[in-house]
Design a binder for this molecule. Structure first.
Ligand SMILES: C[S@@+](CC[C@H](N)C(=O)[O-])C[C@H]1O[C@@H](n2cnc3c(N)ncnc32)[C@H](O)[C@@H]1O
Length: 300
């Protein structure tokens, strides 16, 4: 970092659909004060990671463009900034960039391409077709700031020493999570309502089977003595899969209408085996014969 550069606190360098920046004030008080490793298997934009900046961390996501971008921000921030500085924002260059095959590019070019497409595409929504090609249209933004050098340097500093992987959540957690680790899980949500489309992050959709597979892995984390927080939708399948764990029902801001770009609040769940939320005990076992949401407390 240049001497004249202002200090900024680290935060996500990408806009990521489902990003948790707006929920941090509700998530932060739940995080244990001590743990061995911080593990985030669906890192996306990494809002909670950048808020906590833990020393021993493992971040992973199945999206290889995203994880390449994290590696470049960690290891080659100057090269990345230089490359971003050479890019022009026009509709034509957006579509030319979108057509490129990232596997033909260097790691720095790939990272710059992802940041460029992410900042200039419609709603910052990373979406790919069945062939794995980025297919979100141009966003028509008048004033786009592609990057902010102090922000990239701050993210790079936070990522020093962090293990970055590109694995499915199951092998990742079964291999790396141990007793006394803290795991934050923010998987794609099952669709709730007409405009929810959280299935298309990667060319593999996150199906009901994946949610069932994830619930088994979460059970294993609990058995191993890890503490976890899982964000998810208020959905009957999710309430059933995690019936035995504590739940906090939070209001999260979301786009509710794509065409009008209107925002609204939707109910989301924080599911956890942590016993207390700011002094309020979280019941961790379902009471037989009663509704599962008896284990839920509501936080405004
Ligand atoms: C809701 S986003 C995470 C948002 C993130 N917490 C943030 O603040 O930006 C879900 C992420 O899960 C990733 N993903 C989807 N299927 C996966 C899988 N089977 N294993 C690991 N990651 C996966 C997607 O690529 C996406 O980045």
């Amino acid at each position: 970092m240049g001497k004249e550069e202002e200090y900024v606190s680290p935060k996500p360098f990408l806009k990521w659909a489902g990003g948790k920046s707006k929920l941090l004030h509700k998530l932060r008080p739940l995080v244990p004060s001590k743990y061995d490793h911080y593990i985030e298997p669906f890192v996306g934009g990494g809002a909670l990671f950048f808020c906590l900046c833990p020393h021993d961390a493992i971040l992973s996501d199945l999206n290889s463009e995203l994880m390449n971008c994290y590696r470049v921000v960690r290891d080659k921030p100057e090269e990345l900034i230089r490359f971003l500085g050479s890019m022009s924002i026009t509709k034509e260059s957006f579509y030319a960039m979108r057509m490129q095959n990232p596997t033909n590019l260097s790691d720095v070019e790939r990272a710059a391409r992802l940041i460029y497409l992410n900042k200039t595409c419609y709603n910052g929504l990373y979406r790919v077709n069945k062939k794995g090609q980025f297919n979100t249209p141009f966003g028509q933004y008048r004033l786009v700031k592609l990057y902010n050098p102090p922000q990239i340097h701050a993210a790079s500093t936070a990522l020093q020493g962090v293990m970055l992987l590109e694995l499915d959540f199951e092998p990742l957690l079964l291999s790396y999570a141990h007793s006394r680790d803290f795991v934050y899980l923010d998987p794609p949500y099952p669709p709730v309502g007409r405009w929810s489309d959280f299935k298309r992050y990667t060319k593999e959709f996150f199906t009901e089977k994946d949610h069932i597979r994830l619930a088994k892995v979460v059970e294993e984390l609990d058995n191993r003595g890890c503490k976890f927080i899982l964000s998810n939708a208020m959905h009957p399948l999710i309430l059933k899969l995690y019936a035995k764990f504590g739940k906090i029902d939070v209001e999260a801001p979301r786009y509710i209408n794509c065409r009008a770009g209107k925002r609204g609040n939707v109910s989301e769940l924080l599911i956890t085996n942590i016993e207390c939320y700011e002094g309020t005990p979280l019941p961790t076992h379902q009471i037989h014969g009663k509704q599962t949401d008896l284990t839920t407390i509501h936080i405004q």
